[in-house]
Unconditional design. Structure first.
Ligand code: FAD
Ligand code: FAD
Lengths: 322, 252
C-alpha cells in the first residue's frame, strides 16, 4: 500500500517537471504514513540512477516496445496493474501535457476520482486548486478510495536527492493497446532554458507586430539567460510554436523575473504568470491591465526601449564580469 | 460519419468573475453564458468533418433546461440535433459527467466524439480522457489538426504537447479533445438560427439513466485569491533597470 508517482520521460530522459509530483508525494507520505513509490517508463541509465535517489521505497521500471513512445492507453494499462498489484492509494503526476492526458484515463480505469492541478495539500483528502482562470481558489475533497491527483508544477518545489538508494523493480507488462499508434513528435528545438524551469522569462505579445521582431526579445533573453514565452495572440498568429504559450490554457510559470513585452495582460494570460516573483511590463498603453499586477512598469514603445534595455543590460553584465 | 459533441454551458471568457458575498458560489448576475470556448471549436470541427464526409452531428449537454440555449446555438451553427441530460440543477462531478456521456455514447454509437479539452470554469481537463477510459476507446487530446480517413476507419491527430507537436493515429471510434488552434468557429447565420428552431432536442432525465452519481470530488469552499499589488511605473530604461536591481531580479 502506498503512493504511486508517475514520472515522465522523453527518449529515456527524465523530465524535471516530474520532481514536483515527487515533492507532493513526500508531503502526502508525511501526512498519511504511507510509503511512496515511483514508476518510470523506458528510462536511460542516468535517469534511472537519478530517480533511485529520490527517497522512494521502490522504483517500478517498465520497458517494452509498447512503452518506447508515450501513449496514454498503454501507460494507463501498466499503471492500473501496478496500482492493483500493490494496493496503491494515490496516483500522482505533474500536470504537464503528459500528466493531463494520462491521469484521467488512469482514474477511469481505477474507478477513482481525480483532482486536477492542485496547488496546496490541506490533509490526506483535501486540496486547493484554481478555477476560472485563476480567479477562484477552490478547496476540494476527494472521497474515492484510490485518489488520483495532478500537481501544478510551480506550486511544488522539485524534489532533491537523498542518500539511500531505492529498491528497483522491473515490471513485465505483456498487454498492449492496439487501437492507437504513436507516429512522430516534432520537437521545438531551443538553445534557451525551458519555459517552466527558467529563472527569467521574457514574454512577447501582439505588440511585437511581426515575427521578425521577436529577435528583439530573443536578444534580451540571451543577455539574461532567459526563456522566451508568449501570449496566445502570438502563438495563434503562428509567430511562435504552441508550447511557448503562457496562460490559462498554456503553461504556468513562476520565475524570479517575468518581463512582459507588448502584452496587454488579459486574465487568461495572467493566470499563467501571476505567481512570478517580480513582474516587469513594457507597454505603450498606460491603461493596459498588465500594469495592475506589474512590480515595474514602463510605458513606452517597445521598439525603442527593448533594444536600449538589451544594450544597457549587456554592459552591466560585462561590468559584473558575468 | 456520426459525430457526438458534448458541450458545456459556461461563462463568457470576457466577463468578470466574482464570488457571491457569502462565498457559496459564483455571482452569475452579470454573467453572459455561452458555449465553452473549446466546445465551440469541437462543434466547428465536427461540422467540417460532416461537410467533408457527410453524416450527422449530435450535440449533448448534461445540465439544466437553461442549457438548451447553448444547444440551440450549436444547432444554429449547423449541428443536426441535440440531447439534454437534465440534472435538475444537481451538481455532478467529472466522473459523473463522463459516466453519463459514456451511456449516451453507448446509445448513439458515434464514430467519433469531439469535445473540449477543458471547461474554462472548472479548468479540470478530465472529462474526455475519463470518457475514453470508461469506453476503452483511443484518445487524442489537445488536437491541433484532425484528419479523418473514414474508409480505413482511422483518424490522424496532431496534438499540442509540451515541447512540440505530436502525431498519433487512432482507430475509430475515438475521442478527440480540442485545443485552441484547431480552427476558428463560425458564427451562426440568420437562416441557421431560423432552422435551429425546427431541429429536435431530446431531453432525458438523469435519473432515468440509472447511474450512480455520488460525487467523488466535493467542493468545500471557494475563495478569491489575494490580489497582486501594482508596483511602480518608471519613466525610462535606466529607472527600469535600477528598479529591477533593487528588487534583486537581475542575475548580475
Ligand atoms: C478560452 C480562452 C483561453 C485563453 N487562453 C490564453 C492563454 O493561455 N494565454 C494567453 O496569453 N491568452 C489566452 N487567451 C487570450 C487572451 O484573452 C488575450 O486575447 C491574449 O492574451 C491577448 O494577447 P496579447 O496581450 O499579446 O494581445 P493584445 O491584447 O492585443 O495586446 C497587445 C498589447 O501590445 C501593446 N502594444 C502594441 N504595440 C506596442 C508597442 N509598439 N510598444 C509597446 N506595446 C505595444 C498594446 O498596448 C497591447 O496592450 C485565451 C482566451 C480564451 C477565450
Ligand atoms: C463553482 C462550482 C462548484 C461546483 N461544485 C461541485 C460539487 O460540489 N460537487 C460536484 O460534484 N460538482 C461540482 N461542480 C461541477 C463539476 O465540477 C463540473 O462542472 C463537472 O464535473 C464537469 O467537469 P469540468 O467542467 O471540470 O470538465 P472538463 O474536464 O474541464 O471538461 C472537458 C470537456 O468535457 C465536456 N463537458 C464537461 N462538462 C460537461 C457537461 N456538463 N455537459 C456536456 N459536456 C461536458 C466538454 O466538452 C468540456 O470541454 C461545481 C462546479 C462549479 C463551477
Amino acid at each position: 500500500m502506498g503512493i504511486l508517482t508517475v514520472l515522465e520521460t522523453r527518449n529515456g530522459e527524465l523530465k524535471k517537471a516530474s520532481l514536483s509530483a515527487v515533492t507532493c508525494a513526500r508531503k502526502i507520505s508525511e501526512i498519511t504514513g504511507l510509503k511512496y513509490h515511483l514508476v518510470i517508463f523506458s528510462p536511460n541509465e542516468n535517469s534511472l540512477e537519478e530517480v533511485s535517489y529520490l527517497g522512494a521505497e521502490k522504483v517500478f521500471v517498465i520497458r517494452g516496445e509498447q512503452f518506447q513512445n508515450y501513449t496514454a492507453e498503454n501507460y494507463a494499462l501498466a499503471i492500473e496493474k501496478i496500482v492493483r498489484d500493490n494496493g496503491e492509494k494515490y496516483v500522482i503526476a505533474t500536470a504537464t501535457t503528459f500528466g493531463k492526458d494520462l491521469l484521467p484515463r488512469v482514474a477511469a480505469k481505477l474507478s477513482a476520482g481525480m483532482v486536477s492541478e492542485i496547488t496546496e495539500i490541506i490533509d490526506d483528502k483535501t486540496f486547493k486548486r484554481l478555477m476560472y482562470a485563476g480567479n477562484i481558489i477552490a478547496t476540494v475533497k476527494l472521497e474515492s478510495d484510490i485518489k488520483v491527483i495532478s500537481v501544478r508544477g510551480v506550486a511544488f518545489d522539485k524534489a532533491g536527492k537523498v542518500d539511500s538508494k531505492s529498491q528497483i523493480e522491473e515490471v513485465k507488462i505483456s498487454e498492449k493497446y492496439e487501437k492507437k499508434r504513436f507516429i512522430k513528435l516534432e520537437e521545438t528545438k531551443s538553445e534557451r532554458p525551458e519555459l517552466t524551469e527558467a529563472q527569467i522569462v521574457v514574454s512577447v505579445g501582439r505588440g511585437i507586430k511581426d515575427p521578425e521582431n521577436i529577435k528583439l526579445a530573443e536578444e534580451l533573453a540571451d543577455v539574461l539567460g532567459a526563456a522566451i514565452g508568449a501570449s496566445r495572440a502570438v502563438v495563434d498568429a503562428g509567430w511562435l510554436p504552441n508550447d511557448f504559450q503562457v496562460g490559462q490554457t498554456g503553461k504556468t510559470v513562476a520565475p524570479q523575473l517575468y518581463i512582459a513585452i507588448g502584452i496587454s495582460g488579459a486574465i487568461q494570460h495572467i493566470a499563467g504568470m501571476k505567481d512570478s516573483k517580480v513582474i516587469a511590463a513594457i507597454n505603450k498603453d498606460p491603461e493596459a491591465p498588465i500594469f495592475q499586477i506589474a512590480d515595474v512598469g514602463l510605458v513606452a514603445d517597445l521598439f525603442q526601449v527593448v533594444p536600449e534595455l538589451t544594450q544597457k543590460l549587456k554592459k552591466l553584465k560585462e561590468q559584473a564580469g558575468a | 460519419m456520426k459525430i457526438l459533441v458534448p458541450i458545456k454551458r459556461t461563462y463568457d471568457p470576457n466577463s468578470k468573475i466574482k464570488l457571491k458575498t457569502d462565498g457559496s458560489g459564483i455571482d452569475t448576475s452579470n454573467i453572459k453564458f455561452v458555449i465553452n470556448t473549446f466546445d465551440e471549436i469541437a462543434v466547428e470541427e465536427a461540422l467540417r468533418k460532416k461537410e467533408e464526409f457527410g453524416g450527422e452531428v449530435v450535440v449533448v449537454s448534461v445540465g439544466t433546461q437553461e442549457w438548451i440555449e447553448q444547444i440551440r446555438t450549436a444547432l444554429a451553427m449547423g449541428a443536426d440535433r441535440g440531447i439534454l441530460v437534465d440534472t435538475g440543477g444537481k451538481y455532478i462531478d467529472q466522473v459523473g459527467i463522463a459516466k453519463i456521456l459514456a451511456k449516451i455514447v453507448e446509445e448513439e454509437k458515434p464514430d467519433l466524439v469531439i469535445m473540449g479539452k477543458q471547461a474554462i470554469d472548472d479548468d479540470a481537463n478530465q472529462v474526455g480522457q475519463l470518457l475514453a477510459g470508461y469506453l476503452n476507446w483511443p484518445q487524442a487530446t489537445f488536437a491541433y489538426k484532425v484528419e479523418v480517413k473514414p474508409n480505413e476507419k482511422k483518424v490522424t491527430v496532431v496534438r499540442e504537447v509540451d515541447g512540440g507537436l505530436e502525431t498519433v493515429e487512432c482507430e475509430l471510434p475515438a475521442i478527440i479533445t480540442t485545443d485552441l488552434r484547431l480552427n476558428q468557429p463560425r458564427y451562426a447565420s440568420l437562416p441557421g438560427i431560423m432552422k435551429a428552431k425546427q431541429k429536435p432536442v431530446k431531453t432525458i432525465k438523469v435519473e432515468d439513466l440509472g447511474i450512480d452519481l455520488t460525487p467523488k470530488v466535493k467542493i468545500e469552499k471557494l475563495e478569491t485569491p489575494p490580489p497582486r499589488k501594482a508596483g511602480v511605473k518608471v519613466k525610462d530604461v535606466d529607472e527600469f533597470i535600477a528598479k529591477l536591481k533593487e528588487l534583486k531580479a537581475l542575475p548580475f
